[in-house]
Design a protein around this ligand. Structure first.
Ligand code: UT7
Length: 351
């Protein structure tokens, strides 16, 4: 029967490394000031989140989310030994689209130089769970024979929409820019454990306003009400979060998703090479590993280098550790994610 295999993997992060100490002094154009702009410090950030640094795109060079996606896509295509023209479907997960509409996948398609071929382009808005949601879509499309070469990308440009004042510090310290991509295609196999073995995607809209970024409200006219001098109004430009509620639900959601993935597939940790959780907070991942009894040596994190890159964290983490020589082709990965929505899910796949 037709199953889905991963043909290629790639990732991209911008060159600029912003350490916790530097972030304290950055203004909204990411220019270092002499005085503290955001009252935070390296010790607090490391102790509560495990983050040491994150990457930011250069300001003023017109870099968009689709540009980060493009670089990751190029690496994934090269890894698969394919060219952009081979792609017949793009699925792109992001919470930081280039513009409100059209979706970012069409901008990526154009930058890949394949617009005239007219391949299907999907944008999915499932935030930190976007990559696993996208993998479930890709797997269903491939198993039904709908598409044969799917480019699945998670890409985020957070650094332009963060509040570089003490008011926004709970969120600003967490996020970074980056992208990760996979190419997925069909294979003939009777082995139920091969390729993409399992995917699950869930949501609970009761948590929708525990982590959100408004910018506009279509239910209101005018639907954008932004006044730079009004501190309360201009907060609609920035992400808002009830950190403790997100933390607790993230642990619960990822533990549940992980245990269900193992129960439904009949696998044990002996069958899994790596556990790759979403990278929102190292403390969340430590708690998930403890509660779900995941062997510590199987857990892969990359948050200390990149912060939270939402839809990009899963492929970025896998590629980071593949470049470091740890992850190899043929390894079986269990990934669990949780994010704004609330949304969560899990996937088990062989690289
Ligand atoms: O993909 C999903 C995305 N997000 C998440 O998963 C985030 C989940 N939540 C978290 O990671 C944590 O809630 C945070 C790291 C965001 C915050 O940690 P916390 O232990 O929940 O801190 P808190 O919000 O309860 O704040 C404790 C104190 C407060 O000060 P007071 O009121 O005790 O004086 C905050 O104002 O820490 C202060 N604080 C900070 N101090 C220094 C909050 N953010 C910062 C900061 N630097 N960046």
């Amino acid at each position: 029967m037709i199953r889905t295999q991963i043909l290629g993997l790639g990732s991209y992060v911008p060159d600029r490394i912003v350490t916790n100490d530097e972030l304290t002094f950055l203004d909204e154009k990411h220019i270092r000031q002499d005085t503290v702009q955001t009252e935070t410090n390296d010790a607090w950030i490391q102790q509560r989140t495990g983050i040491k640094a994150r990457r930011y795109v250069p300001i003023g060079e017109g870099v968009a989310t689709s540009d980060l996606a493009l670089e990751a896509a190029k690496h994934a295509l090269a890894d698969a030994g394919l060219e952009a023209k081979d792609i017949d479907c793009i699925i792109l997960g992001t919470l930081s689209p280039d513009i409100h509409f059209p979706g970012t996948a069409v901008f990526l398609q154009k930058k890949l130089g394949i617009s005239s071929q007219g391949c299907a382009c999907f944008d999915i808005r499932q935030q930190c769970s976007g990559f696993v949601y996208g993998m479930q879509m890709a797997d269903a499309f491939i198993r039904t024979g709908m598409y044969k070469r799917i480019l699945l990308v998670g890409a985020e440009l957070h650094s332009h929409s963060l509040d570089f004042t003490t008011r926004g510090r709970d969120v600003t310290v967490l996020f970074g820019d980056g992208a990760g991509a996979m190419i997925l295609g069909p294979m003939e196999s009777e082995d139920p454990r091969s390729g993409v073995m399992y995917t699950a995607a869930h949501a609970d809209g009761n948590g929708a306003m525990d982590l959100y970024l408004k910018i506009f409200e279509i239910a209101k006219a005018p639907y954008v009400n932004y006044d730079a001098r009004d501190r309360d109004e201009n907060s609609t430009k920035y992400p808002q979060m009830d950190g403790k509620r997100v933390f607790l639900n993230a642990v619960r959601g990822m533990v549940m998703a992980t245990n269900t993935a193992l129960a439904k597939t009949g696998l044990t940790w002996d069958d899994i090479t790596w556990f790759v959780p979403h990278q929102a907070n190292l403390r969340i991942n430590e708690k998930v590993a403890e509660v779900a009894k995941i062997p510590a040596e199987k857990v892969l994190n990359s948050i200390e280098f990149y912060g939270n890159t939402t839809a990009a964290t899963v492929p970025l983490t896998i590629d980071h550790w593949r470049k470091a020589g740890k992850v190899k082709r043929g390894d079986r990965i269990l990934s669990a994610v949780f994010g704004s929505g609330f949304t969560w899910g899990a996937a088990i796949f062989t690289l």
